[in-house]
Design a protein around this ligand. Structure first.
Ligand SMILES: *[C@@H]1O[C@H](CO)[C@@H](O)[C@H](O)[C@H]1NC(C)=O
Ligand SMILES: *[C@@H]1O[C@H](CO)[C@@H](O)[C@H](O)[C@H]1NC(C)=O
Ligand SMILES: *[C@@H]1O[C@H](CO)[C@@H](O)[C@H](O)[C@H]1NC(C)=O
Ligand SMILES: *[C@@H]1O[C@H](CO)[C@@H](O)[C@H](O)[C@H]1NC(C)=O
Ligand SMILES: *[C@@H]1O[C@H](CO)[C@@H](O)[C@H](O)[C@H]1NC(C)=O
Ligand SMILES: *[C@@H]1O[C@H](CO)[C@@H](O)[C@H](O)[C@H]1NC(C)=O
Ligand SMILES: *[C@@H]1O[C@H](CO)[C@@H](O)[C@H](O)[C@H]1NC(C)=O
Length: 415
């Protein structure tokens, strides 16, 4: 009471204002409980236990789901994705937005343009494995294209021993290729000699004579896509990923792509980036100049940390790339090629499969996801081996009673 007397009415007004804000907050939390929809503007990530169907995802009462707010740390965070006018009309507009803004030529049909041959592109191979696919018995179900740099020897070795090991799918046809450019200078020469020795040992390296720089990444991807189009057109599926990734190739093959089913056509999936705007901040890693890309939005693209497409798309994508101005952001560029082909990336069956950030490790989560980003080679070996030895009881510590078993010591045992 004394407080009110000593402070005048403006303070009381402030107090009431705060109180009303609090009320609104409480209301929103309750709304969240009623609708099951998160009320915050962050990005909730749900890690499922046993269920992966859409139905399970919609089951808002299931206590087996854990919500984790993942700050948008990676990729085009600062892109303008949330302007309200876009949200309302995003899907129906589809390609038209792209047609308005794209530098490329969308007016001709691609399906009618499949005749004729393509070349290896503007650069020549320093190292190639032209017979790798033809030698594969059976024809490859999956070709892994892994962007890497010469110095990342450890990462390549870790991948060979873990998710890139052919023994993941011994009977299916599984090809792993590391994609590289060249380096200049004395160090470059030394690295080149080591790389050639590595190539003779493993026969899983292809390299062209463009400078291996971040801005040339698109050439690296195009080299891989071109390789599949020319040397492996019979490939079932292709995945492009990076050397600092954890890829659960077993899940990718057996749960997502499913060898027992007919091969899909015109299929492209990954972490869908929808309605992203070009980053116009010149200091950003993802800066895109208005001269290079004048449009206000990118077409839907999939994060370059891991996208998957059907083998038939390799030739189509490569052809499309020839008519479109090269953008240095390879994933955006591939998205533009797709839009040019009028192919919309398929959303993955559940949005937590392809993670372009790092998901904290637990055997349960990792037995369900496909990609997770940001691994040192040693971590890759450690987590992969842990996952292999816990594969069949990966989620055993959560819940017989239907809720996660909250046990603080578990976190440590999982590592
Ligand atoms: C939703 O989850 C609850 C608790 O896990 C379960 O009992 C119920 O069968 C589920 N409903 C549907 C439709 O999946
Ligand atoms: C976001 O987009 C809207 C509409 O395109 C624009 O008016 C606004 O200035 C943008 N905001 C930022 C931070 O770029
Ligand atoms: C777009 O493609 C059409 C048909 O191939 C062609 O006639 C036209 O000149 C092209 N336009 C541009 C700007 O490249
Ligand atoms: C791939 O896995 C097999 C079986 O686990 C193993 O024998 C082989 O050494 C692995 N390959 C590499 C390059 O580590
Ligand atoms: C890309 O590679 C080409 C060919 O080696 C080189 O001339 C060019 O400078 C490189 N571009 C960048 C941005 O590094
Ligand atoms: C938590 O896990 C530890 C071993 O990881 C176990 O000894 C302990 O009994 C568990 N606590 C509860 C409450 O289940
Ligand atoms: C489950 O918990 C037990 C101890 O409670 C532990 O030994 C085991 O490693 C845990 N398994 C997984 C997959 O976390």
């Amino acid at each position: 009471m004394q407080w009110r007397r000593r402070h005048c009415c403006t303070h009381t007004a402030n107090f009431l204002y705060l109180l009303s804000l609090l009320g609104l907050l409480v209301f929103l939390v309750h709304l969240h409980k009623l609708t099951g929809m998160p009320w915050w503007r962050g990005h909730p990530v749900v890690y499922g236990g046993e269920h992966h169907t859409t139905k399970a995802k919609l089951n808002t009462s299931a206590s087996a789901w854990r919500f984790v707010i993942v700050p948008l740390l990676t990729s085009r965070v600062d892109a303008n994705i949330s302007s309200p006018e876009e949200e309302g009309v995003s899907s129906p507009r589809g390609h038209s937005r792209f047609e308005n803004t794209l530098a490329g030529n969308t007016s001709h049909s691609v399906e009618g343009d499949l005749s004729g041959t393509i070349t290896q592109g503007p650069f020549t191979y320093i190292i190639n494995e032209p017979a790798k696919c033809a030698d594969s018995r059976p024809a490859p179900f999956l070709v892994l294209l892994i962007a890497t740099e010469a110095r990342q020897v450890e990462a390549r070795n870790a991948i060979r021993q873990t998710w890139g090991n052919e023994s993941v799918a011994p009977a299916l046809g599984f090809i792993r290729l590391f994609l590289l450019g060249k380096n200049e200078g004395e160090l470059g020469l030394l690295q080149q000699r080591m790389l050639e020795a590595e190539s003779r040992r493993y026969h899983d390296i292809i390299q062209q004579d463009f400078l291996d720089t971040y801005k040339n990444l698109t050439f690296k991807t195009l080299m891989g896509i071109n390789w599949v189009a020319i040397h492996c057109p019979q490939a079932g599926y292709v995945m492009k990923t990076d050397s600092d990734m954890f890829v659960n190739t077993e899940n990718l093959i057996y749960k997502l792509l499913r060898p027992e089913q007919q091969l899909k056509k015109n299929y492209f999936t990954g972490n869908n980036m929808r309605d992203f705007a070009p980053n116009r901040n010149t200091n950003s890693k993802w800066y895109m100049s208005p001269e290079l890309y004048p449009g206000e939005k990118y077409p839907t693209f999939c994060s370059g940390t891991g996208y998957v497409f059907s083998g038939d798309l390799a030739m189509k994508l490569y052809r499309a790339s020839l008519r479109i101005r090269i953008l240095h952001l390879e994933d955006v560029f591939v998205g533009v090629c797709l839009a040019n082909l009028r192919i919309e990336p398929t959303p993955p069956p559940n949005e937590f499969l392809f993670n372009h950030w790092r998901v904290s490790y637990s055997s349960c989560k990792y037995s369900h996801l496909i990609t997770s980003h940001g691994f040192h080679p040693n971590e890759l070996l450690k987590y992969w081996n842990h996952l292999q030895s816990n594969k069949h009881n990966a989620c055993i510590n959560r819940s017989r009673a239907g809720r996660p078993h909250v046990n603080r010591t578990n976190k440590r045992t999982a590592q």
